[in-house]
Design a protein around this ligand. Structure first.
Ligand code: Q46
Ligand code: ZN
Length: 356
């Protein structure tokens, strides 16, 4: 195949569109797709400050890279989840990326600032902490963004992620979650920052190709807790359909967003009415104590029982009062937001200004 732009031999094929690009032209095409989605879905404006939630993986780092190359003021936020060597290695990737590109990376350290780590939140039945981990991440992404005055939180969810989430929510008829699935989650409260997913129409392979061509050093390993996750089974199934019928994932997701979602309650909004402040942390929530505060309490208790001392500085720092609520950007969002002690934002050692 030949490059769609310059007719040189192609390196990356976009099967669903029957086009291909050479390695020189591909990044420009990829960024033009990102820009097109930002504009079309009115994700954010040129002057907005964007906070990119990064994990060290290809999607979030590719997104951060593309946004800065498109000229947006985009900083990063990384949550130190405390998942052993995996967390250390992914943190290094984020820090190195920020340093290389002269970008600002904010960090929240769960163990130091909150007194627990994600493995403390394992579900008794499934043995997995993923549902709780999602709440923790959404909470802190939102809170850092609101505390530091960012207009929007951007996550690296790609087409494969979104199609798998949609499939899972349909299999279980999670009507509430289905209504909230989409590329833009509007804020419904001053403490909730809008959430966007600029890569939602770009496939995992397309993001990986961008990361490789742009020489982004990302973490290849999966989180060890992901083993056996249902979302991986959904992705495998959708991949086998895609193999036989290119464009299946795209049609499935985009068709739902165009035709199915509007019929669902609360479409596109970050939690509906009835929000009040969590009595512990002040975050918007539908309950007296928000989901995050309840989780954090459980994590600290677990940690105390297992003998891993929660750092005593927790009681001395990071409790500056009420703050904003949790985000809503990952699959299966919980019933309410997050709360808990205010996260300490760890600034990077050097804070050069964002580059383009
Ligand atoms: S980081 Fe957290 Fe994922 Fe690891 S514990 Fe599960 S949810 S698998 S994206
Ligand atoms: Zn709370």
């Amino acid at each position: 195949m030949r490059c769609h732009t310059c007719a040189a031999p192609a390196n990356v094929e976009i099967r669903r569109s029957r086009i291909a690009f050479c390695a020189r032209c591909y990044p420009t095409w990829f960024r033009s797709r990102v820009q097109e989605r930002i504009d079309h879905d009115r994700m954010f404006r040129r002057e907005d400050r964007v906070l990119v939630a990064v994990s060290g993986g290809k999607d979030s780092l590719a997104l951060w890279h593309a946004l800065t190359r498109l000229g947006y003021r985009a900083d990063g936020v990384y949550i130190r989840l405390g998942i052993g060597g995996y967390s250390r290695r992914s943190q290094e990737k984020c820090e190195r990326f920020a340093e290389q590109h002269g970008l600002t990376l904010h960090q929240v350290d769960l163990e130091e600032n909150e007194g627990f780590v994600v493995p403390d939140l394992r579900d008794a039945r499934s043995g997995k902490p993923c549902a709780a981990c999602g709440t923790v991440k959404r909470y802190h992404f939102n809170r850092v963004a609101a505390d530091l005055g960012y207009e929007v939180v951007a996550t690296g969810h790609n087409l494969d992620d979104e199609a798998a989430t949609l499939f899972g929510n349909l299999v279980h008829w999670n009507v509430d979650y289905l209504g909230r699935q989409g590329p833009v989650l509007e804020s419904t409260h001053p403490g909730l920052v809008r959430k966007v997913k600029p890569l939602y129409r770009l496939g995992e392979r397309e993001t990986a190709a961008y990361a490789i061509i742009e020489r982004i050093d990302y973490i290849l390993e999966e989180c060890p807790m992901a083993r056996g996750a249902k979302s991986l089974a959904y992705k495998a199934m959708l991949n086998s359909l895609e193999e036989q019928q290119p464009g299946t994932k795209y049609g499935f997701l985009v068709g739902f967003l165009k035709q199915g979602r509007a019929a669902l309650p609360g479409a596109g909004a970050d939690r509906a009415a009835g929000l009040r402040s969590c009595v512990r942390c002040g975050q918007p929530t539908t309950a007296e104590v928000c989901a995050y505060c309840r989780l954090a309490e459980r994590g600290r208790r677990k940690r105390a029982r297992s003998g891993s001392a929660a750092p005593d500085r927790l009681s001395r720092s990071g409790r500056a009062g009420p703050g904003p609520g949790a985000g809503r950007d990952a699959p299966h969002p919980g019933p309410d937001g997050g709360g808990g002690p205010r996260p300490a934002v760890v600034e990077p050692p050097a804070r050069p200004s964002p580059s383009g």
